[in-house]
Design a protein around this ligand. Structure first.
Ligand code: PEP
Ligand code: MN
Length: 335
């Protein structure tokens, strides 16, 4: 029998006992339909953060230890449960409460000493732990992700890699490298944190299936717009049906194309940013009575960019066309 695919779904954060049980029931009722969408076994896991690593001390920090009993209530409905541990104490409390899967979040992953302490806590207390999931760190550093996965491997339980991207960039290359170095570690996508937008979750989930991922971690809430954290990126449980499709055999060209699409998106963002700065320059010129077109400035820009092109072996003609087109649009934006 082939390896099961993995679907980790549930809210960003546990908010109330009732919210947890409502979402768990909805997920359970969708289980047959989701299972049918793939041609291999699908392992279901309910997720909810109870200790939330938040940027601001003023935002919702999670319900804390209280949520452990709510997770147990979800387990009694027949689902495995997962939560994030950001410290050794949290890891210890989670496994003592019988949490099935602990995940290490992207902020924690940036600190190997802290991850090592969590490993020790799991080793000493994690008798019934079924798996550990390791997110990529917030910055694009595949070495750190790999290092944390190796630290977790010493526990002797399955380790899953969760690809959540960095600051809303996918960073496909990082996941490709991870996959190549650990072909046997199940690779899951977290399209919720990767995009930060509910509307992008299904596209990214399907993209991961095209790239041969082994599963998904998707933030799912019964009332996404009222969620106490990450409201803009959570989807309704029934929307999972548009996300879960049978993965394909991975092929290198699809990975490379994913990378090209990502670079073009960045290029597009850069063009927009250039135009935004241009409009501010236009405003300055208007206020100070300067002419919009400043030929000496453009001569300098073109000469310098052509030198950059030469250093990198790029064609003069391409860079000339590109810079002239950008300049022309900048002028248009300033008028
Ligand atoms: C989360 O999964 O809720 C979370 C905090 O994720 P990340 O560590 O990827 O930001
Ligand atoms: Mn979240």
């Amino acid at each position: 029998m082939s390896q099961p695919l993995i679907l980790v779904a549930g809210p960003c954060a546990a908010e109330t006992r009732e919210q947890m049980l409502t979402i768990a029931s909805e997920l359970l009722s969708l289980q047959p339909q989701l299972q049918q969408a793939v041609e291999q076994p699908l392992q279901f896991v309910f997720r909810a953060g109870i200790w939330k690593p938040r940027t601001s001390p003023h935002s919702f920090q999670g319900v804390g230890d209280t949520g452990l009993e709510w997770l147990q209530a979800v387990q009694r409905k027949g689902l495995s449960v997962a939560t994030e541990a950001g410290t050794a104490i949290q890891a210890q409390k989670a496994v003592e409460a019988g949490v099935d899967i602990v995940w290490i979040g992207s902020r924690t992953c940036a600190n190997p000493l802290q991850v090592q302490e969590i490993v020790s806590a799991l080793r000493d207390n994690g008798g019934t732990l079924k798996a550990v999931a390791v997110k990529n760190p917030m910055h694009e550093d595949v070495g750190l992700w790999q290092g944390n996965i190796e630290r977790m491997m010493s526990l002797g339980v399955p380790v899953w890699a969760v690809h959540r991207g960095c600051n809303h960039r996918s960073c496909w290359r990082m996941a490709y490298e991870l996959r190549r170095s650990y072909p046997d570690v199940p690779l899951l996508i977290d399209p919720s944190h990767m995009s930060g937008m509910a509307q992008r979750v299904s596209v990214l989930s399907r993209k991961a299936a095209e790239l041969g991922y082994d599963g998904w971690m998707i933030e799912t809430h019964n009332m996404p717009e009222k969620a106490m954290s990450d409201a803009q990126q959570q989807i309704l449980p029934r929307e999972l049906c548009r996300c879960i499709v049978q993965p394909k055999e991975p092929d290198t060209l699809s990975w490379l194309r994913a990378e090209i699409d990502e670079v073009d998106e960045e290029l597009w963002q850069t063009v927009l940013k250039r135009m935004e700065v241009s409009r501010r320059i236009g405003e300055y010129k208007r206020q100070t009575g300067m002419e919009v077109v400043q030929p000496t400035r453009f001569d300098f820009i073109l000469r310098q960019r052509l030198e950059w092109a030469k250093e990198k072996g790029l064609s003069d003609n391409t860079i000339n066309v590109m810079m002239n087109a950008l300049h022309e649009e900048s002028i248009r934006q300033q008028q």
